[in-house]
Design a protein around this ligand. Structure first.
Ligand SMILES: NC(=O)c1ccc[n+]([C@@H]2O[C@H](COP(=O)([O-])OP(=O)(O)OC[C@H]3O[C@@H](n4cnc5c(N)ncnc54)[C@H](O)[C@@H]3O)[C@@H](O)[C@H]2O)c1
Length: 209
């Protein structure tokens, strides 16, 4: 099935499914039931069955899903055969933690280059990733489509514009700023304060027991 036929909500769950199926495959498991999947990824089994029907994976009663088939599907759909190189802007508290994190453990994405405005950080190497001055963005950024923003909020708009100018089309924005970009640029915001607030709200109003 073509990727653009998959609903966005389903597409968002793909990496979650991929990680679990990949682990199962590494453990040598050949099949998995929607109940097992549901418990592991915390998505209800009806949603899983519907999602998987978009992938052309129709589980059999009493058998479940074929792990190898699913893994092949997820790999090609999520471009796991290729390595996606990501730039990180802002090597502070959060940025440094990301540079030390081995994204490759679970998928084929890695941060290959970092930028900062602080001369003391420029020229260093953190977690194997070289840090360049932000003024060198234009000359250093080559064929990089994805960037992570971990800079102060008031710098976010200006830097996002520069990234777009230099060919970046996807931005993972960790700053609380809502950045303005052309409509063909995809921005995903990760606002920890909002996520926490929402968790506390759900705990109060939608008790699980
Ligand atoms: N630290 C956290 O736990 C956390 C959690 C959620 C969100 N955030 C958000 O993430 C962002 C980064 O947070 P932090 O705690 O790592 O901040 P930080 O001050 O430790 O790091 C910011 C880094 O950005 C660099 N910088 C500043 N202006 C720049 C520019 N124009 N170009 C390139 N680099 C520039 C600074 O030199 C610094 O190294 C902030 O917007 C913050 O609100 C942080």
């Amino acid at each position: 099935m073509e990727q653009n036929k998959i609903p966005q909500a389903t597409a968002k769950r793909l990496p979650l499914y991929y990680r679990f199926i990949n682990n199962l495959n590494q453990q040598g498991k050949k099949r998995v039931s929607s109940k097992e999947l549901s418990e592991a990824v915390k998505v209800d089994s009806a949603t899983i069955r519907r999602d998987f029907s978009y992938f052309g994976a129709l589980g059999k009663k009493g058998y479940g899903y074929n792990v190898e088939y699913l893994l092949g599907f997820f790999k090609s759909t999520l471009d796991q055969h290729e390595i996606t190189e990501v730039a990180l802007i802002g090597v502070g508290n959060l940025g440094t933690a990301f540079l030390h994190y081995n994204f490759m453990k679970n998928n084929n994405i890695r941060i290959t280059i970092a930028f900062d405005a602080d001369e003391n950080k420029v020229g260093t190497d953190i977690g194997g990733v070289p840090v360049y001055h932000i003024d060198e963005l234009g000359e250093r950024l080559k064929n990089t489509e994805v960037a992570i923003l971990t800079i102060p909020a008031d710098e976010a708009d200006a830097i996002a514009n520069q990234l777009v100018e230099h060919g970046v089309s996807g931005i993972l924005n960790f700053t609380p700023a809502r950045i303005t970009v052309p409509s063909h640029i995809r921005v995903h915001h990760i606002d920890l304060a909002i996520e926490l607030q929402s968790l506390v709200y759900f705990l109060k109003h939608y008790s699980l027991n």
